[in-house]
Design a protein around this ligand. Structure first.
Ligand code: MRU
Length: 353
């Protein structure tokens, strides 16, 4: 099934509608859509990575709010609406801790509701919230194109770049952040090749990035994460671009586990290392990356990944899903407002405020 014809996520219907997602846990062997008809199924889809990637998580949570409000009887009071909205947003916020876009989207939905209380009848609030979720979704499309446009100049004709995890159309409304830069460069006529880290333990690089790049006709070579240093030493890599889940005020960047290793390897081999992310991924309340909450996931993702036991029963496991790359290892952060470089608190503030 051609990927271009399927949306990463879409809302079907009006305020009584459903959130349709590509179930990314099944990719690349199966391209299957699932319909989330309740806030519980949206929560589960985020938790289990059926939908994943910071911007896509934020958009899904915004639509998740609509599914959560559907259980409120039409004739209920403003107080009941406020109470339910709080319950729903708190519940969705508990799905995953690291990607700040989740909290950003939920805050935006709450702020929208608060701006309308007393201004529009309670019976019309859900409709206004749906419009806000759709705006968040639509804005993300525009933002991703702008990231691609701003980033494409860092790529020269014939370059080969490395990426880690998946920061593509599957992680956003469409087009992606890191991958948007590759797409925009290719669309401008440059010949570009990509090395994709497979991204242990859940293989977002192998299952999603390699698949997405192939769908779009971009030359891609899959490597194990542990091979990145070697290919850099062999002179095969002109630059690295990755996405981000949360960027602190000084530019320290949380992204998929293994990103920090890629940045250290890039530094040692004198390879420029870029992060591509929307402004909504910055968390200016955190002065540096040491305060970013890092999700820890279940041991069986490492010991029993994809249904095959690969470690002894009972072995101790540590499974952080993200790491933080210090700002000093980052050449630039590509946003929809341009590139932040050098990466420091002053330059972040100037661009993101
Ligand atoms: O655990 P995941 O798959 O949600 O992690 C995703 C990433 O780390 C992405 O690089 C990040 O969210 C940016 S997506 C544009």
């Amino acid at each position: 099934m051609p990927y271009q014809n399927i949306e990463t996520l879409s809302w079907l219907g009006g305020t009584d509608g459903t959130l349709r997602l590509i179930d990314q846990t099944l990719l690349p062997s199966e391209v299957k859509e699932i319909d989330c008809r309740s806030v519980e199924t949206v929560w589960e889809a985020i938790k289990k990575l059926r939908v994943r990637g910071a911007p896509a998580i934020g958009i899904s949570a915004a639509y998740g709010v609509i599914t959560g409000m559907q259980t409120l009887p039409q004739e209920d009071s403003l107080d009941a609406f406020k109470k339910r909205l709080n319950e729903v947003t708190e519940y969705l916020a508990s799905s995953r801790p690291t990607a700040v876009n989740l909290f950003w989207a939920l805050d935006r939905m709450k702020a929208k509701a608060e701006s309308l209380y007393g201004q529009v009848p309670v019976s019309e609030l859900a409709e206004c919230l749906l419009a806000e979720a759709q705006t968040i979704h639509e804005e993300d499309r525009t933002i991703c194109r702008a990231i691609g446009k701003h980033g494409q100049d860092i790529i020269k004709n014939g370059d080969t770049f490395l990426t880690h995890c998946n920061a593509g159309g599957l992680a956003t409304a469409d087009y992606g952040t890191a991958l948007a830069v590759f797409f925009a460069a290719a669309e401008s006529g440059k010949k570009i090749s990509v090395y994709a880290d497979e991204t242990r333990p859940l293989l977002q690089g192998a299952r999603l990035t390699a698949w997405e790049l192939m769908q779009r006709g971009i030359d891609v070579t899959l490597i194990c994460d542990s091979m990145a240093a070697l290919v850099m030493r062999q002179g095969k890599i002109n630059g690295v671009i990755v996405g981000a889940d949360r960027i602190a005020a000084n530019g320290d960047t949380a992204n998929k586990i293994g990103t920090y290793s890629a940045a250290v390897n890039a530094k040692v081999h004198n390879v420029p290392f870029y992060v591509a992310a929307p402004v909504s991924t910055f968390d200016l309340t955190l002065p540096d990356g040491s305060l970013i909450p890092i999700e820890e996931r279940l041991a069986d993702e490492i010991t029993n990944g994809f249904g095959k036991r690969t470690a002894p029963e009972g072995v101790k496991v540590y499974n952080p899903a993200f790491d933080v790359t210090p700002a000093e290892l980052i050449t630039g952060i590509i946003t929809e407002r341009g590139i932040i470089s050098p990466v420091n608190t002053e330059n972040v503030k100037r661009r993101v405020r």
